[in-house]
Ligand binder design. Structure first.
Ligand code: GSH
Length: 217
């Protein structure tokens, strides 16, 4: 198994957490430096035409892409520990929370979007950062509203077992800190993120613990 990865990639962070929770270590981790634009190089484009991390190549050569699809695949092939609750309503809630992060918020702050804002609309760095903070905070407000009011919330996003929602929540909290978003107004999100990041599988997957990462952002 081969994982295409970069320390700063939040989507790859999500997949690294799932791999760690499942006790799977890829045979090879290939670094694709997003800061140098290596995701657009022909070699990686051939792996993932979306030119985005992560990509996971299975032993038979099957290429998997999109973090949520990869995580659900891992959960289906390695069902213990489960990353989705059993009952349909719980599964829908966990997927909904996860998608607030992975489908609504995160795509707005990725390098290709920030680059486009700079290149096409001449937005300077402070404005691009304000953009990222805005969309990051929007998701935090939505997550906090759900998690603080819904009876299903427990030690983790859904009860007392880690799920895909926690994987996404942790990645979002870490990303928000990268953009210097204040997490104080989001106490339930902060509590669950802190609980997750204290777990070894999350901590080892943290962007700043990957090869090539700086000491801080
Ligand atoms: N929806 C995708 C997001 C993939 C994505 O945008 N990844 C970022 C890094 S977290 C990336 O590689 N971006 C490259 C770029 O924007 O040029 C997923 O969840 O896997």
């Amino acid at each position: 198994m081969k994982l295409f990865s970069f320390w700063r990639s939040l989507a790859t962070f999500r997949v690294r957490i799932a791999l760690n929770l499942k006790g799977i270590a890829p045979d090879e981790v290939v670094d694709v430096n997003l800061m140098k634009g290596q995701q657009r190089a022909p070699e990686f484009r051939a792996v993932n035409p979306m030119m985005a991390l992560p990509a996971l190549v299975e032993n038979d050569g099957t290429v998997l892409y999109e973090s949520l699809a990869i995580i659900e695949y891992l959960d289906e092939v390695h069902p213990i520990p489960p990353l989705l609750p059993r009952e349909p309503r719980g599964r829908a809630r966990v997927r909904g929370l996860a998608q607030i992060v992975a489908c609504d918020a995160h795509p707005l702050v990725v390098p290709r979007v920030r680059d486009y804002l700079e290149r096409e609309f001449k937005l300077d760095e402070p404005k691009r950062t304000a953009w990222c903070r805005h969309w990051s905070a929007q998701a935090l407000h939505a997550l906090e509203a759900h998690l603080s009011s819904e009876k299903e919330t427990g030690r983790f996003c859904h009860g007392n077992a880690v799920s895909i929602a926690d994987i996404c929540l942790a990645s979002h909290a870490v990303g928000a800190k990268f953009f210097a978003v204040d997490l104080a107004p989001f106490p339930t999100v902060s509590r669950i993120a802190d609980t997750c990041l204290a777990i070894d599988a999350f901590a080892r997957a943290h962007p700043l613990r990957q090869p090539g990462a700086p000491a801080s952002v």
